[in-house]
Design a binder for this molecule. Structure first.
Ligand SMILES: Cc1cc2nc3c(=O)[nH]c(=O)nc-3n(C[C@H](O)[C@H](O)[C@H](O)COP(=O)(O)OP(=O)(O)OC[C@H]3O[C@@H](n4cnc5c(N)ncnc54)[C@H](O)[C@@H]3O)c2cc1C
Length: 389
């Protein structure tokens, strides 16, 4: 329980490891290195309450710097790890200083995927990942006008709800259906109908050719059929890419994420990777994958803290779950379904409640719920029995 742990990335996962190590009695040094200029914060409100102004910055902080100092966690904010020197067991920081480690946890997160199209450099094209991104978009909303969203995923739909309060919100999705990759058709349809009834415009099967602009600022989005949709701003959310370049440079295996085993270890026994950046064997999905959720970041962090403090742990098996706020609909998913998994609607009410079970080879592998917290919690419990620990 002594020795030095260096954590790269002071986000949801990195912060949780640091706290969990102290809670489990780690006595050695803990260095939490983050390249953002803030204390660790949570991202979900950035597309919800923080964006709308219903929540202030105080709702974002996961831990204050004072509380971290009290826990003897050395936070180095505004500092990036530039290199991992595995042979020497140390990392090199942006200021040139280097930190030795006994264990290294990589929790570098992910970044929004970009769309390389003509006009992509114009002002007024947004993506949300950081506080600065949300502030920037919020200021831009004040100018009202049409907002065009590229990508019909959870994040963009959350933001589109807010945009619709300031002008029109049009969501463009290249697939035949919004949320098609991550939800059953029944649940995706229910959300689509709800948003459409609230005034959001949703256009599926839309492929984008370029961004149109004037005086350096975006004014529209040109579709493949030549139609130009006017846009006072554009919000882009077409998935995220793991920040795995540091690991790759250090010779660790990466494949669209840092490859780890079922104990979240990289090929180097002293280096673990967790959260958005880690690609691990997911027993619920039956494949190696990255999972981008608060649950994944925090459960993996606690698992790693258990492992480092010598608690006997089996393979990482936490039940995946996720939530998203879609206007006044609260979507929750327990487990992980794959696009081919069967869907069975078990409850639907006119008031918007929906419960859909997803089945693989006759077994329930995930449950999607809308405004149904009870069935969601029961599903999480039931799914925890599905995969043997
Ligand atoms: C707008 C938004 C809304 C979301 N809403 C939900 C939601 O409703 N429900 C849900 O479950 N999930 C939601 N998520 C996803 C969830 O926030 C992420 O899965 C979670 O933050 C992942 O935690 P992480 O620690 O892996 O990554 P992050 O929180 O991104 O932290 C990684 C940190 O590492 C830093 N870093 C990277 N490289 C280096 C380096 N070399 N040196 C130092 N620091 C480095 C990054 O700058 C970042 O601060 C949302 C995400 C976003 C962006």
């Amino acid at each position: 329980m002594r020795g030095t742990v260096v954590i790269i990335g002071a986000g949801q996962a990195g912060l949780t490891v640091a706290i969990a190590l102290r809670e489990r009695g780690w006595l050695g040094e803990i260095h939490l290195v983050g390249d953002e200029r803030h204390a660790p914060y949570q991202r979900p409100p950035l597309s919800k309450g923080y964006l709308s102004g219903a929540e202030g910055p105080e709702e974002l902080w996961l831990r204050t710097e004072e509380a971290l100092a009290k826990d003897r966690v050395r936070l180095r904010k505004g500092t990036s790890v530039e290199r991992i020197l595995r042979e020497e067991q140390r990392v090199v920081l942006s200021g040139g200083e280097s930190l030795p480690y006994d264990a290294l946890v990589i929790a570098t997160g992910s970044v929004p995927r970009r769309l390389e199209l003509p006009g992509g450099e114009l002002e007024g094209i947004h993506a949300i990942r950081t506080i600065a991104d949300a502030d920037h978009l919020r200021e831009d909303f004040a100018a009202a006008g049409d907002t065009v969203f590229i990508g019909g995923g959870f994040l963009n739909l959350e933001v589109a709800v807010e945009a619709a309060r300031h002008g029109t919100a049009t969501v463009l999705e290249v697939a035949p259906q919004i949320l098609g990759r991550v939800l059953s058709r029944a649940a995706a349809n229910a959300l689509e109908e709800h948003h459409a009834a609230s005034g959001m415009r949703i256009r599926c099967g839309a492929s984008i050719e370029s961004f149109v602009g004037e005086a350096g600022r975006v004014t529209g989005v040109r579709l493949a059929d030549g139609e130009v949709l006017p846009a006072a701003r554009v919000v882009l959310s077409i998935g995220a890419i793991a920040r795995d370049e540091l690991a790759a440079d250090a010779g660790l295996e990466t494949a669209g994420g840092i490859v780890v085993d079922e104990r979240l270890r990289t090929g180097d026994a002293r280096i673990l990777a967790i959260g958005d950046c880690a690609r691990y064997p997911n027993p619920y999905a039956g494949i190696d994958m990255r999972v981008e959720s608060v649950q994944n970041a925090t459960d993996q962090a606690r698992y790693v803290a258990d492992a480092l403090t010598g608690k006997a742990v089996g393979p990482y098996r936490a039940v995946p779950w996720f939530w998203s706020t879609q206007g006044d609909r609260r979507l929750q998913i327990a487990g992980i379904a794959m696009p081919g998994d069967e869907a069975r609607v078990v409850e639907r009410t006119d008031a918007g409640k929906l419960v859909v079970e997803r089945l693989r080879e006759g077994r329930v592998v995930a449950v999607e719920t809308i405004n149904a917290p009870g069935p969601h919690m029961r599903a999480r419990k039931a799914l925890s029995q599905l995969v043997e620990v």
